[in-house]
Ligand binder design. Structure first.
Ligand code: ADP
Length: 164
């Protein structure tokens, strides 16, 4: 049984994340989506809201593959979270070169802390590659249309958040 951990902030989950989740399911038997609490980043959505949105979105993927998907909030070191959930593979999405330098350092340092965990990089479908939660929030806050970047449910959640 191969378990992968896909960590992120998911503030909120986008079509880019969902694409990576779908691709990860083709590689592992069990996929744990690790939701970083990330108090420092000052997330727009609370941990509970982010987890609920992810759970609602992955519910729609369940029939498509035999992979078991779980959502797991975490606040500790990524490699400790991987050990806690029994994951031996870290799944990461790679967008442009901008992601590369950070990811390169993360792999290098994580590997020295735990050599048994392998990191796998996946690329989303072309139209989803430029999507970043940060820009989705910015566009939605300014009343722009993010329907090409998030699901209708997440779009509604963003609208509610910004009309509060
Ligand atoms: P963001 O950087 O958008 O705030 P996260 O921290 O939640 O997103 O990212 C979690 C993981 O998902 C990271 O590995 C990130 O590179 C990946 N990811 C996010 N958006 C995309 C995308 N559009 N295409 C591919 N990977 C993505």
């Amino acid at each position: 049984m191969r378990t992968g951990l896909y960590p992120g902030t998911f503030d909120p989950i986008t079509l880019g994340h969902i694409d990576i989740i779908r691709r990860s399911c083709a590689l592992v038997d069990r996929l744990v989506i690790g939701v970083a609490i990330n108090r420092d980043k000052g997330p727009l959505f609370s941990l509970e809201e982010r987890v609920a949105m992810i759970e609602a979105e992955v519910a729609g993927l369940k029939g498509a593959s035999a992979t078991v998907i779980e959502v797991h909030p975490f606040e500790n070191l990524l490699i400790d979270c991987a050990r806690d959930v029994g994951a031996t593979i870290l799944m990461r999405g790679l967008r442009a070169v901008a992601d590369f330098e950070y990811e390169y350092q993360m792999v290098g340092m994580n590997r020295q802390m735990d050599a048994s965990i392998e990191t796998v990089f996946l690329m989303a479908e072309a139209q989803y590659q430029p999507i970043a939660s940060k820009l989705v929030k910015e566009i939605s806050r300014l009343n722009g249309d993010v329907s090409k970047f998030v699901t209708p449910a997440v779009n509604e959640a963003l609208k509610r958040k910004f009309s509060d």
